[in-house]
Ligand binder design. Structure first.
Ligand code: ATP
Ligand code: MG
Length: 378
C-alpha cells in the first residue's frame, strides 16, 4: 500500500531529512489516493472542530513565519472559534483524540515541517502545519531508543494518556500522536510566545498585575486538573509555555499522577518546587495529594514576583528550609501578595489555601478584574 511505502521511507529519516526528501519527491505524497488522505485527516479535523478557543472570534490561531511555510494555494478556513469562559471549557467531556482511536490514521506525511522550536531531553520540537487544513501545531519528536534507555516509556505513555484528555485554555493541548519504528510523534498545540521561563529571566521579575493574571490562570488550570483527580507534580516556569495571546499553557505532564499517591520517584529536577510532604522524614511513606500543586503554586508566585525561588540554596539547605517553610519575602512585594504567598506555602498540606480561596483572594481580585484570568497582554 502506498501508505506503508511512504511510512517505511520515513523510518530511517530524521524529521529534517523528511523536509528535504519531501520537497524532492512530492510524487510520493501525491501517490496516496486523495480519499485515503481525507479519511485520515478526519481525526485531526475532529480534534480541531472540538477545539473551543478562548480567544477573540476570527483571530488567527497563529501566523507561521513566512520563510517556514509556503502559503498553500487552496488553504481551507480555520475552524470557527467561540468565546467561552474557563468554566465552560472544562465541562466538555469529549477527548480531542482518544488514545483508543485508530492512531495509524495520523502520520508524518500529513505535515509540513517548519523551524525547530526547541530541544528537550528525548527529542526535538518543530513547528508543523497540517497540509490539508493549514492548521499550525507543534510536533514533538521523541526518540524511542532514548526513551527506553532512560526507562521512561511508562512516563511518556502516562503523559500521552493524561494530556490527550485535557481541555482547558491554560493547558497545552495534545491533539494526537503516532509513531514509526524509531520515533513517537506528539501533535501539540503551538504556544506562539514560547517558554515562560525565558520571559521571566528577561524581565527578571514580573509586575504584580501580570504575576496575578498568570497565577489566576494557573489556579484555573489546577482546579480543572484536580477535579479530574490529576496532580501535575512538576509545576515550575520551565514547564509553562505562553500562547499567542499571552495566556499561559501548562505543559509537561510526565510526572503527573492520579491522586492521591505515594508514588516514589527518582526526582532529577530542581528541589525548589518540592513540597515538605514529599521530602520530609516525618512522612516516611511519602504519601501526598493534590495539595503538592498548591505548594508549587506558592513557589511559582514567589518566583514570578522576585525572580528567585523562595528556598533557593545548596541542596541540603534548600531541603531544610522547605520542611520549615523558611523564607523571606522582599519588602517590594505588596502586603496582599505576601499574604497570599504565606497562605500557600504552609507546611501542613491541610492548612494550605484551597484553589477556590485563591481565586477569591484580594490580590487576585484586585489584579484580575474584567476577565484577566484568560489571557494577559504582554
Ligand atoms: P522535557 O524533555 O523535560 O519535556 P523540555 O520541556 O525542555 O524538556 P520539550 O517539551 O521537548 O522539552 O520542548 C523543548 C522546547 O521546545 C521547549 O523548551 C520549548 O521552547 C519548545 N516547545 C515545546 N513544545 C512547544 C509548543 N507546544 N509550542 C511552542 N514551543 C514548544
Ligand atoms: Mg517540555
Amino acid at each position: 500500500m502506498a501508505t506503508s511505502i511512504l511510512e517505511d521511507s520515513f523510518k530511517n529519516l530524521s524529521v529534517r531529512d523528511e523536509i528535504t526528501e519531501d520537497k524532492k519527491s512530492k510524487v510520493k505524497v501525491a501517490a496516496i489516493p486523495l480519499s485515503e488522505i481525507s479519511s485520515r485527516l478526519n481525526l485531526v479535523k475532529v480534534a480541531l472542530q472540538n477545539q473551543k478557543q478562548t480567544q477573540k472570534e476570527n483571530a488567527p490561531i497563529t501566523s507561521p513565519p513566512l520563510e517556514a511555510f509556503p502559503v498553500p494555494p487552496t488553504r481551507k478556513p480555520l475552524p470557527q472559534k467561540k468565546e467561552t469562559s474557563n468554566e465552560e471549557s472544562t465541562i466538555d467531556p469529549k477527548p480531542l483524540v482518544c488514545i483508543d482511536q485508530p492512531i495509524k490514521a495520523l502520520h508524518l506525511g500529513m505535515f509540513e515541517i517548519g523551524k525547530g522550536l526547541g530541544k528537550g531531553k528525548f527529542g526535538r520540537v518543530y513547528l508543523a502545519r497540517d497540509r490539508e487544513s493549514g492548521f499550525i501545531c507543534a510536533l514533538k519528536v521523541l526518540n524511542k531508543t532514548e526513551l527506553q534507555q532512560a526507562r521512561v516509556e511508562k512516563q511518556v505513555r502516562r503523559e500521552i494518556e493524561i494530556q490527550s484528555n485535557l481541555r482547558h485554555p491554560n493547558i497545552l493541548k495534545l491533539y494526537g500522536h503516532f509513531h514509526d519504528s524509531k520515533r513517537i510523534f506528539l501533535i501539540l498545540e503551538f504556544a506562539g510566545q514560547g517558554e515562560l521561563y525565558k520571559h521571566l529571566r528577561k524581565a527578571r521579575r514580573f509586575p504584580e498585575s501580570k504575576a496575578a493574571k498568570y497565577i489566576a490562570q494557573m489556579t484555573s488550570a489546577l482546579r480543572y486538573l484536580h477535579r479530574k483527580h490529576i496532580i501535575h507534580r512538576d509545576i515550575k516556569p520551565e514547564n509553562i509555555l505562553v500562547g499567542v495571546h499571552g495566556e499561559i499553557k501548562l505543559s509537561d505532564f510526565g510526572w503527573s499522577v492520579h491522586a492521591p499517591s505515594n508514588r516514589r520517584t527518582t526526582y532529577c529536577g530542581t528541589l525548589d518546587y518540592l513540597p515538605p510532604e514529599m521530602i520530609s522524614s516525618k512522612n516516611p511513606d511519602n504519601s501526598y495529594d493534590d495539595k503538592v500543586d498548591i505548594w508549587a503554586l506558592g513557589v511559582l508566585m514567589y518566583e514570578f514576583l522576585t525572580g528567585e525561588a523562595p528556598f533557593e540554596d545548596t541542596p541540603v539547605l534548600t531541603t531544610r528550609r522547605i520542611v520549615k517553610a523558611d523564607m523571606t519575602i522582599p519588602s517590594f512585594v505588596s502586603a496582599d501578595a505576601s499574604d497570599l504567598i504565606h497562605k500557600l506555602l504552609v507546611v501542613d498540606p491541610l492548612k494550605r489555601l484551597s484553589l477556590e480561596q485563591v481565586e477569591l483572594h484580594p490580590w487576585i481580585i484586585k489584579n484580575c478584574v474584567g476577565g484577566g484570568k484568560k489571557g494577559t497582554s504582554r
